[in-house]
Design a protein around this ligand. Structure first.
Ligand code: NAD
Length: 411
Protein backbone atom coordinates (compact mmCIF):
# COMPACT_ATOMS: atom_id res chain seq x y z
CA UNK A 1 0.00 0.00 0.00
CA UNK A 2 1.32 3.50 -0.79
CA UNK A 3 2.01 5.54 2.31
CA UNK A 4 -0.40 8.38 3.08
CA UNK A 5 2.66 10.43 4.18
CA UNK A 6 5.46 11.86 2.07
CA UNK A 7 9.10 11.41 3.15
CA UNK A 8 11.15 14.35 1.91
CA UNK A 9 14.86 14.70 1.15
CA UNK A 10 16.56 18.04 0.60
CA UNK A 11 19.44 18.74 -1.76
CA UNK A 12 21.39 21.64 -0.27
CA UNK A 13 21.61 22.58 3.39
CA UNK A 14 21.76 26.36 3.09
CA UNK A 15 19.56 29.36 3.60
CA UNK A 16 16.58 28.26 1.57
CA UNK A 17 16.51 24.68 2.82
CA UNK A 18 16.23 26.08 6.34
CA UNK A 19 13.33 28.30 5.28
CA UNK A 20 11.51 25.25 3.89
CA UNK A 21 12.28 23.20 7.00
CA UNK A 22 10.60 25.87 9.13
CA UNK A 23 7.66 25.88 6.73
CA UNK A 24 7.20 22.11 7.17
CA UNK A 25 6.05 22.77 10.76
CA UNK A 26 2.74 23.70 9.15
CA UNK A 27 2.51 20.70 6.80
CA UNK A 28 0.74 17.72 8.36
CA UNK A 29 1.22 14.85 5.92
CA UNK A 30 4.99 14.96 5.30
CA UNK A 31 8.21 14.20 7.18
CA UNK A 32 11.56 15.81 6.46
CA UNK A 33 13.79 12.73 6.51
CA UNK A 34 16.93 13.55 4.58
CA UNK A 35 19.43 16.12 3.46
CA UNK A 36 22.45 15.96 1.20
CA UNK A 37 25.00 18.67 0.68
CA UNK A 38 28.64 18.43 -0.45
CA UNK A 39 29.71 19.67 2.95
CA UNK A 40 28.89 16.79 5.35
CA UNK A 41 29.06 19.05 8.42
CA UNK A 42 26.54 21.47 6.95
CA UNK A 43 24.28 18.60 5.96
CA UNK A 44 24.44 17.17 9.50
CA UNK A 45 23.71 20.61 10.94
CA UNK A 46 20.65 21.07 8.68
CA UNK A 47 19.42 17.56 9.61
CA UNK A 48 19.77 18.49 13.29
CA UNK A 49 17.84 21.72 12.64
CA UNK A 50 14.97 19.72 11.12
CA UNK A 51 14.91 17.34 14.09
CA UNK A 52 14.88 20.27 16.51
CA UNK A 53 11.94 21.73 14.61
CA UNK A 54 10.28 18.33 15.00
CA UNK A 55 9.47 18.09 11.29
CA UNK A 56 10.90 14.59 10.87
CA UNK A 57 13.64 12.11 11.84
CA UNK A 58 15.99 13.81 9.42
CA UNK A 59 19.49 12.50 8.69
CA UNK A 60 22.35 13.42 6.39
CA UNK A 61 23.08 11.15 3.42
CA UNK A 62 26.43 10.49 1.75
CA UNK A 63 25.15 11.15 -1.75
CA UNK A 64 22.04 12.17 -3.66
CA UNK A 65 21.88 8.61 -5.05
CA UNK A 66 21.88 7.13 -1.52
CA UNK A 67 19.10 9.48 -0.47
CA UNK A 68 16.95 8.74 -3.53
CA UNK A 69 17.56 4.99 -3.13
CA UNK A 70 16.24 4.98 0.44
CA UNK A 71 12.62 3.71 0.34
CA UNK A 72 11.77 6.20 3.12
CA UNK A 73 12.42 9.10 0.73
CA UNK A 74 9.45 9.73 -1.58
CA UNK A 75 10.23 13.22 -2.88
CA UNK A 76 13.18 15.55 -3.34
CA UNK A 77 13.21 19.31 -2.78
CA UNK A 78 16.07 20.81 -4.86
CA UNK A 79 17.78 23.67 -3.06
CA UNK A 80 21.33 23.52 -4.37
CA UNK A 81 23.00 26.48 -6.07
CA UNK A 82 21.81 27.30 -9.61
CA UNK A 83 25.04 26.06 -11.21
CA UNK A 84 24.51 22.56 -9.74
CA UNK A 85 20.94 22.01 -11.05
CA UNK A 86 21.83 19.83 -14.01
CA UNK A 87 24.26 17.57 -12.12
CA UNK A 88 21.79 17.30 -9.20
CA UNK A 89 18.88 16.32 -11.45
CA UNK A 90 21.07 13.95 -13.50
CA UNK A 91 22.00 12.06 -10.32
CA UNK A 92 18.36 11.82 -9.21
CA UNK A 93 17.19 10.68 -12.64
CA UNK A 94 20.05 8.15 -13.05
CA UNK A 95 19.15 6.59 -9.71
CA UNK A 96 15.47 6.32 -10.60
CA UNK A 97 16.01 5.13 -14.18
CA UNK A 98 18.46 2.45 -13.07
CA UNK A 99 15.79 1.11 -10.69
CA UNK A 100 17.82 1.88 -7.55
CA UNK A 101 15.16 4.20 -6.19
CA UNK A 102 11.63 5.46 -6.75
CA UNK A 103 10.23 8.93 -6.23
CA UNK A 104 6.72 10.36 -6.24
CA UNK A 105 7.86 13.87 -6.99
CA UNK A 106 10.64 16.43 -7.37
CA UNK A 107 10.18 20.06 -6.41
CA UNK A 108 12.76 22.54 -7.70
CA UNK A 109 13.52 26.03 -6.46
CA UNK A 110 13.73 28.99 -8.79
CA UNK A 111 15.25 29.49 -11.27
CA UNK A 112 14.64 26.16 -12.98
CA UNK A 113 17.73 26.73 -15.16
CA UNK A 114 20.13 29.55 -15.90
CA UNK A 115 19.25 29.60 -19.61
CA UNK A 116 16.40 28.33 -21.75
CA UNK A 117 18.67 25.50 -22.93
CA UNK A 118 19.34 24.41 -19.32
CA UNK A 119 15.66 24.63 -18.37
CA UNK A 120 14.69 22.51 -21.39
CA UNK A 121 17.35 19.93 -20.51
CA UNK A 122 16.05 19.71 -16.93
CA UNK A 123 12.47 19.27 -18.10
CA UNK A 124 13.54 16.55 -20.52
CA UNK A 125 15.50 14.76 -17.77
CA UNK A 126 12.63 14.73 -15.27
CA UNK A 127 10.11 13.62 -17.90
CA UNK A 128 12.46 10.84 -19.04
CA UNK A 129 12.21 9.37 -15.54
CA UNK A 130 8.42 9.78 -15.39
CA UNK A 131 8.55 11.65 -12.08
CA UNK A 132 5.94 14.25 -11.15
CA UNK A 133 7.49 17.72 -10.97
CA UNK A 134 6.74 20.93 -9.15
CA UNK A 135 8.23 24.38 -9.62
CA UNK A 136 8.73 26.18 -6.32
CA UNK A 137 7.53 29.80 -6.46
CA UNK A 138 6.66 30.74 -2.92
CA UNK A 139 5.26 34.23 -3.57
CA UNK A 140 2.21 32.83 -5.39
CA UNK A 141 1.37 31.10 -2.11
CA UNK A 142 1.91 34.13 0.18
CA UNK A 143 -1.36 34.50 2.16
CA UNK A 144 -1.93 38.11 1.07
CA UNK A 145 -1.32 37.26 -2.57
CA UNK A 146 -3.70 34.30 -2.36
CA UNK A 147 -6.51 36.24 -0.64
CA UNK A 148 -5.95 39.44 -2.64
CA UNK A 149 -6.03 37.49 -5.90
CA UNK A 150 -9.17 35.55 -4.93
CA UNK A 151 -11.12 38.58 -3.70
CA UNK A 152 -10.22 41.07 -6.42
CA UNK A 153 -11.30 38.55 -9.04
CA UNK A 154 -14.39 37.36 -7.17
CA UNK A 155 -15.77 40.83 -6.43
CA UNK A 156 -13.99 43.34 -8.70
CA UNK A 157 -13.27 41.45 -11.91
CA UNK A 158 -16.48 39.38 -11.85
CA UNK A 159 -18.67 42.48 -11.92
CA UNK A 160 -16.57 45.16 -13.65
CA UNK A 161 -14.08 43.36 -15.92
CA UNK A 162 -10.68 41.72 -15.75
CA UNK A 163 -7.63 43.51 -14.33
CA UNK A 164 -5.34 45.28 -16.76
CA UNK A 165 -2.24 46.16 -14.78
CA UNK A 166 -0.19 44.20 -12.25
CA UNK A 167 2.97 45.34 -10.54
CA UNK A 168 5.41 43.35 -8.44
CA UNK A 169 8.76 44.05 -6.87
CA UNK A 170 11.35 42.21 -4.80
CA UNK A 171 14.08 44.33 -3.29
CA UNK A 172 16.88 43.93 -0.75
CA UNK A 173 20.44 45.04 -0.16
CA UNK A 174 22.21 42.09 -1.78
CA UNK A 175 22.52 38.28 -1.59
CA UNK A 176 23.88 36.33 1.37
CA UNK A 177 26.35 34.02 -0.44
CA UNK A 178 29.20 34.77 -2.89
CA UNK A 179 27.91 32.53 -5.71
CA UNK A 180 24.77 34.68 -6.14
CA UNK A 181 26.99 37.68 -6.99
CA UNK A 182 28.88 35.79 -9.72
CA UNK A 183 27.07 36.25 -13.05
CA UNK A 184 28.65 33.07 -14.43
CA UNK A 185 27.68 30.81 -11.51
CA UNK A 186 24.26 32.26 -10.76
CA UNK A 187 23.27 32.87 -14.40
CA UNK A 188 22.94 36.66 -14.17
CA UNK A 189 22.40 39.35 -11.57
CA UNK A 190 19.23 40.45 -9.82
CA UNK A 191 17.12 39.94 -12.95
CA UNK A 192 17.87 36.22 -12.97
CA UNK A 193 17.83 35.90 -9.19
CA UNK A 194 14.65 37.75 -8.25
CA UNK A 195 12.70 38.73 -11.37
CA UNK A 196 11.66 35.07 -11.64
CA UNK A 197 9.37 35.76 -8.67
CA UNK A 198 8.00 39.11 -9.79
CA UNK A 199 7.38 38.17 -13.43
CA UNK A 200 5.33 35.16 -12.35
CA UNK A 201 3.47 37.12 -9.66
CA UNK A 202 2.22 39.68 -12.20
CA UNK A 203 1.12 36.99 -14.65
CA UNK A 204 -0.61 35.07 -11.87
CA UNK A 205 -2.46 38.14 -10.58
CA UNK A 206 -3.68 38.99 -14.08
CA UNK A 207 -4.97 35.43 -14.55
CA UNK A 208 -8.36 34.42 -13.12
CA UNK A 209 -8.47 31.80 -10.35
CA UNK A 210 -8.76 28.44 -12.11
CA UNK A 211 -7.63 29.84 -15.46
CA UNK A 212 -4.26 28.48 -16.69
CA UNK A 213 -1.35 30.95 -16.78
CA UNK A 214 -1.25 30.31 -20.53
CA UNK A 215 -4.57 32.19 -20.87
CA UNK A 216 -2.45 35.32 -20.79
CA UNK A 217 -0.14 35.28 -23.80
CA UNK A 218 3.09 37.31 -23.60
CA UNK A 219 3.30 39.42 -26.79
CA UNK A 220 5.99 42.06 -26.15
CA UNK A 221 8.69 42.47 -23.55
CA UNK A 222 10.92 45.35 -22.48
CA UNK A 223 13.82 44.77 -20.10
CA UNK A 224 16.20 47.20 -18.50
CA UNK A 225 19.23 46.43 -16.33
CA UNK A 226 21.70 48.66 -14.52
CA UNK A 227 24.42 48.65 -11.92
CA UNK A 228 23.40 51.45 -9.57
CA UNK A 229 25.47 50.66 -6.49
CA UNK A 230 27.84 47.72 -6.56
CA UNK A 231 30.22 48.98 -9.27
CA UNK A 232 30.83 52.21 -7.35
CA UNK A 233 34.51 51.91 -6.27
CA UNK A 234 33.76 51.86 -2.54
CA UNK A 235 31.10 49.15 -2.86
CA UNK A 236 33.03 47.13 -5.46
CA UNK A 237 35.92 46.98 -3.00
CA UNK A 238 33.65 45.92 -0.13
CA UNK A 239 32.12 43.22 -2.34
CA UNK A 240 35.55 41.94 -3.38
CA UNK A 241 36.48 41.60 0.28
CA UNK A 242 33.22 39.97 1.40
CA UNK A 243 32.45 37.73 -1.58
CA UNK A 244 35.60 37.48 -3.69
CA UNK A 245 33.86 38.75 -6.84
CA UNK A 246 35.35 41.68 -8.74
CA UNK A 247 32.65 43.98 -10.10
CA UNK A 248 35.28 46.26 -11.67
CA UNK A 249 35.98 43.33 -14.05
CA UNK A 250 32.80 41.25 -14.30
CA UNK A 251 29.78 43.01 -12.80
CA UNK A 252 26.19 41.80 -12.56
CA UNK A 253 23.17 44.08 -12.58
CA UNK A 254 21.80 45.18 -9.21
CA UNK A 255 18.66 46.73 -10.72
CA UNK A 256 16.25 45.30 -13.27
CA UNK A 257 12.86 46.24 -14.61
CA UNK A 258 10.68 44.31 -17.01
CA UNK A 259 7.41 45.23 -18.69
CA UNK A 260 5.47 42.40 -20.28
CA UNK A 261 2.52 43.13 -22.54
CA UNK A 262 0.12 40.21 -22.41
CA UNK A 263 -2.84 39.46 -24.64
CA UNK A 264 -5.91 38.50 -22.64
CA UNK A 265 -8.40 35.82 -23.81
CA UNK A 266 -10.64 38.75 -24.95
CA UNK A 267 -7.84 40.06 -27.18
CA UNK A 268 -7.11 43.07 -24.96
CA UNK A 269 -3.78 44.22 -23.53
CA UNK A 270 -2.83 43.60 -19.91
CA UNK A 271 0.47 44.87 -18.59
CA UNK A 272 2.80 43.30 -16.04
CA UNK A 273 5.41 45.65 -14.57
CA UNK A 274 8.10 44.11 -12.41
CA UNK A 275 11.15 45.57 -10.77
CA UNK A 276 13.87 44.00 -8.64
CA UNK A 277 16.89 45.36 -6.85
CA UNK A 278 19.96 44.42 -4.80
CA UNK A 279 20.50 48.09 -4.02
CA UNK A 280 17.49 48.74 -1.78
CA UNK A 281 18.56 49.75 1.72
CA UNK A 282 15.48 49.73 3.89
CA UNK A 283 14.65 47.63 6.97
CA UNK A 284 15.13 44.40 5.00
CA UNK A 285 13.58 42.28 2.25
CA UNK A 286 10.57 44.05 0.71
CA UNK A 287 8.09 42.12 -1.43
CA UNK A 288 5.29 44.10 -2.96
CA UNK A 289 2.55 43.73 -5.52
CA UNK A 290 -0.43 45.59 -6.92
CA UNK A 291 -3.34 44.63 -9.12
CA UNK A 292 -5.47 47.25 -10.87
CA UNK A 293 -8.72 46.87 -12.77
CA UNK A 294 -11.53 49.14 -13.99
CA UNK A 295 -13.17 49.66 -10.56
CA UNK A 296 -10.78 48.10 -8.04
CA UNK A 297 -7.20 47.67 -6.90
CA UNK A 298 -5.19 45.66 -4.40
CA UNK A 299 -1.76 46.25 -2.92
CA UNK A 300 0.62 44.19 -0.77
CA UNK A 301 3.83 45.17 0.97
CA UNK A 302 5.55 42.58 3.13
CA UNK A 303 7.16 45.28 5.33
CA UNK A 304 3.73 46.54 6.39
CA UNK A 305 3.73 43.57 8.68
CA UNK A 306 1.51 44.73 11.52
CA UNK A 307 4.39 44.69 14.04
CA UNK A 308 6.94 47.48 14.55
CA UNK A 309 9.65 47.65 17.20
CA UNK A 310 11.55 50.73 18.26
CA UNK A 311 15.06 50.57 19.75
CA UNK A 312 16.74 53.77 20.91
CA UNK A 313 20.43 54.44 20.23
CA UNK A 314 21.18 53.21 23.74
CA UNK A 315 20.25 49.67 22.65
CA UNK A 316 23.42 47.91 21.54
CA UNK A 317 23.33 44.53 19.90
CA UNK A 318 24.84 42.34 17.24
CA UNK A 319 23.82 42.63 13.59
CA UNK A 320 21.19 39.98 12.90
CA UNK A 321 18.26 38.89 10.75
CA UNK A 322 15.92 38.14 13.62
CA UNK A 323 13.40 40.88 12.72
CA UNK A 324 13.25 40.35 8.97
CA UNK A 325 15.23 38.61 6.19
CA UNK A 326 18.15 40.75 4.89
CA UNK A 327 17.73 43.11 7.86
CA UNK A 328 19.84 46.28 7.57
CA UNK A 329 19.63 47.89 11.02
CA UNK A 330 19.19 47.16 14.72
CA UNK A 331 18.05 50.54 16.02
CA UNK A 332 15.18 52.89 15.29
CA UNK A 333 11.71 51.93 14.11
CA UNK A 334 11.81 48.47 12.58
CA UNK A 335 9.08 46.31 11.07
CA UNK A 336 9.08 42.66 12.09
CA UNK A 337 7.77 39.87 9.88
CA UNK A 338 6.52 37.61 12.65
CA UNK A 339 6.54 34.30 10.74
CA UNK A 340 8.50 34.68 7.53
CA UNK A 341 8.05 31.10 6.35
CA UNK A 342 4.30 31.72 6.35
CA UNK A 343 4.37 35.36 5.18
CA UNK A 344 6.50 34.69 2.10
CA UNK A 345 4.37 31.69 1.13
CA UNK A 346 6.74 28.78 1.86
CA UNK A 347 4.34 27.00 4.20
CA UNK A 348 1.35 27.00 1.85
CA UNK A 349 3.66 26.18 -1.07
CA UNK A 350 5.13 23.13 0.67
CA UNK A 351 1.68 21.98 1.81
CA UNK A 352 0.44 22.22 -1.78
CA UNK A 353 3.33 20.29 -3.34
CA UNK A 354 3.12 17.58 -0.68
CA UNK A 355 -0.57 17.17 -1.48
CA UNK A 356 0.20 17.19 -5.21
CA UNK A 357 2.85 14.47 -4.89
CA UNK A 358 0.49 12.43 -2.70
CA UNK A 359 -2.01 12.58 -5.57
CA UNK A 360 -4.53 14.78 -3.71
CA UNK A 361 -4.44 17.71 -6.16
CA UNK A 362 -2.78 18.66 -9.45
CA UNK A 363 0.48 20.61 -9.13
CA UNK A 364 -0.25 24.32 -9.61
CA UNK A 365 3.22 24.96 -11.03
CA UNK A 366 5.38 22.46 -12.92
CA UNK A 367 8.77 22.65 -14.61
CA UNK A 368 6.88 23.75 -17.75
CA UNK A 369 6.03 26.93 -15.81
CA UNK A 370 9.64 27.13 -14.64
CA UNK A 371 10.76 26.95 -18.28
CA UNK A 372 8.34 29.74 -19.28
CA UNK A 373 9.69 31.94 -16.51
CA UNK A 374 13.24 31.40 -17.80
CA UNK A 375 12.04 32.25 -21.33
CA UNK A 376 10.63 35.57 -20.08
CA UNK A 377 13.81 36.36 -18.14
CA UNK A 378 16.08 35.59 -21.08
CA UNK A 379 13.89 37.67 -23.40
CA UNK A 380 14.16 40.53 -20.88
CA UNK A 381 17.97 40.27 -20.91
CA UNK A 382 17.89 40.24 -24.73
CA UNK A 383 15.72 43.36 -24.74
CA UNK A 384 18.01 45.08 -22.20
CA UNK A 385 21.08 44.26 -24.27
CA UNK A 386 19.47 45.56 -27.47
CA UNK A 387 17.88 48.58 -25.78
CA UNK A 388 14.47 47.99 -27.31
CA UNK A 389 11.11 46.32 -26.88
CA UNK A 390 11.01 42.85 -28.43
CA UNK A 391 8.16 40.75 -29.74
CA UNK A 392 7.87 37.60 -27.62
CA UNK A 393 9.42 35.11 -28.12
CA UNK A 394 12.41 36.92 -29.62
CA UNK A 395 14.67 35.22 -32.17
CA UNK A 396 17.56 33.20 -30.80
CA UNK A 397 15.94 32.76 -27.36
CA UNK A 398 16.77 29.05 -27.05
CA UNK A 399 20.51 29.59 -27.41
CA UNK A 400 20.75 32.95 -25.67
CA UNK A 401 23.18 33.44 -22.77
CA UNK A 402 23.12 36.92 -21.20
CA UNK A 403 26.35 38.94 -21.33
CA UNK A 404 26.17 39.14 -17.52
CA UNK A 405 26.19 35.34 -17.32
CA UNK A 406 29.23 35.23 -19.59
CA UNK A 407 31.09 37.67 -17.32
CA UNK A 408 31.37 40.20 -20.14
CA UNK A 409 28.65 42.74 -19.40
CA UNK A 410 29.67 46.38 -19.53
CA UNK A 411 27.12 48.47 -17.58
N1 NAD B 1 12.25 31.09 -3.17
C1 NAD B 1 13.12 31.98 -2.76
O1 NAD B 1 12.77 33.10 -2.43
C2 NAD B 1 14.57 31.61 -2.68
C3 NAD B 1 15.36 32.22 -1.71
C4 NAD B 1 16.69 31.86 -1.64
C5 NAD B 1 17.21 30.92 -2.52
N2 NAD B 1 16.40 30.34 -3.46
C6 NAD B 1 16.95 29.36 -4.40
O2 NAD B 1 17.27 28.19 -3.65
C7 NAD B 1 18.49 27.62 -4.08
C8 NAD B 1 19.45 27.56 -2.90
O3 NAD B 1 19.73 28.88 -2.44
P1 NAD B 1 20.25 29.17 -0.96
O4 NAD B 1 19.90 30.58 -0.67
O5 NAD B 1 19.83 28.12 -0.05
O6 NAD B 1 21.82 29.08 -1.21
P2 NAD B 1 22.95 28.73 -0.15
O7 NAD B 1 24.24 29.09 -0.77
O8 NAD B 1 22.59 29.31 1.18
O9 NAD B 1 22.83 27.15 -0.01
C9 NAD B 1 23.17 26.29 -1.08
C10 NAD B 1 23.42 24.91 -0.55
O10 NAD B 1 23.79 24.06 -1.63
C11 NAD B 1 24.93 23.31 -1.27
N3 NAD B 1 25.72 22.94 -2.46
C12 NAD B 1 26.93 23.39 -2.87
N4 NAD B 1 27.32 22.76 -4.00
C13 NAD B 1 26.31 21.90 -4.31
C14 NAD B 1 26.12 20.97 -5.34
N5 NAD B 1 27.05 20.78 -6.29
N6 NAD B 1 24.97 20.29 -5.36
C15 NAD B 1 24.01 20.48 -4.42
N7 NAD B 1 24.16 21.33 -3.40
C16 NAD B 1 25.29 22.03 -3.34
C17 NAD B 1 25.70 24.20 -0.32
O11 NAD B 1 26.58 23.44 0.48
C18 NAD B 1 24.56 24.83 0.45
O12 NAD B 1 24.15 23.96 1.47
C19 NAD B 1 18.97 28.51 -5.23
O13 NAD B 1 18.63 27.93 -6.44
C20 NAD B 1 18.24 29.82 -5.04
O14 NAD B 1 18.00 30.49 -6.24
C21 NAD B 1 15.09 30.65 -3.53
Amino acid sequence: MTSPRLGIGFIGSGFNTRFHMQAFRGVRDADVLGVWSPNAKHAASAARFARELDVGACRAYKSIADMVADPAIDAIWINGPNHARIENVEEIVDTVRSGRGTLRGIACEKPLGRTVAEARQLLKLVESAGIMHGYLENQLFAPQVVRGHELTWKRGAATTGRPYLARAAEEHSGPHMPWFWSGVLQGGGVLNDMMCHSVLVVRHLLTAPGEPLSALVPRRITGHIASLKWTQPKYAKALRQSSGVDYTQAPSEDFASVTVEFETPEGRVAIGEATTSWSFVGPGLRLSAELLGPEYSMRWNSLESGLDLFFSRAVKGKAGEDLVEKQNAEVGQMPVVADEAVAYGYEAEDRHFVRAFLGKEAPKLTWHDGLEVVQLLMAAYQSAEQGKTLAFPPRGLDKFVPAVAQGRWVP
